[in-house]
Design a protein around this ligand. Structure first.
Ligand SMILES: C[C@H](O)[C@H](O)[C@H]1CNC2=NC(N)=NC(=O)C2=N1
Length: 186
């Protein structure tokens, strides 16, 4: 009978070893159970896009504010889209953003009503500056002259990575109030 080792997730945040070797180390040669641990970690915490796949755990384990993190290059070969479950666990950290599934591709989505067409372009410019600084870019939509919708996803993997949540959190940190239409009085 293989005894599943119940390792408190927080204790996994300290070691700096790749996820697979960590599970192998933790569970010895019990191939099936070590694969099980890797599945648990990947499903529950979403293996990060960073080179050392435990980096992503820090976000989930320490609750480090996403807006203080930096996006990583999207061309690393081990980057993969996070699971829907991992995305659902991160979405509360980016107020105002929704998780949408467009043809099987999960994306972050947020809309604003701006005061004018040109204020919409000013909003795009503020977001563009953040995107350029992070080398991670949103899809920008301005329709019906004053309806702005921003979509964020990682094109290189065809889904969501931690980069997308970092960018959304940094956009949330922008002062956009002067560009937005006041909400109609109730
Ligand atoms: C190397 C660099 O990370 C890539 O060219 C970036 C540029 N900006 C990007 N932005 C988004 N949203 N997805 C990408 O895959 C992406 N790739």
């Amino acid at each position: 009978m293989i005894r599943m080792l119940r390792v408190p997730l927080l204790s996994l945040c300290k070691p700096k070893v790749p996820l697979v070797s960590l599970s192998g180390t933790l569970l010895g040669t019990h191939g099936r159970s070590s694969i099980r641990v890797t599945e648990i970690l990947q499903n529950h915490v979403g293996v990060s896009s960073n080179r050392n796949s435990l980096c992503g755990l820090k976000t989930f384990c320490t609750g480090q504010d996403l807006s203080s993190k930096k996006c990583v290059p999207c061309n690393s070969k081990d980057m993969q889209p996070m699971t829907e479950q991992a995305a659902n666990e991160l979405i509360p950290q980016v107020a105002g953003w929704s998780l949408v599934n467009e043809g099987g591709i999960f994306k972050l989505n947020r809309s604003w009503k701006v005061k004018s067409f040109t204020k919409g372009l000013e909003l795009f410019k503020l977001i563009a500056d953040v995107a350029e600084a992070e080398a991670h870019h949103p899809d920008l939509h301005l329709v019906g002259w004053n309806n702005v919708t921003i979509e964020i996803w990682t094109h290189a993997v065809g889904g969501l990575t931690e980069n997308d949540f970092i960018l959304a959190a940094k956009i949330n940190g922008l002062d956009l109030q002067h560009l937005l239409r006041r909400k109609a009085a109730a």
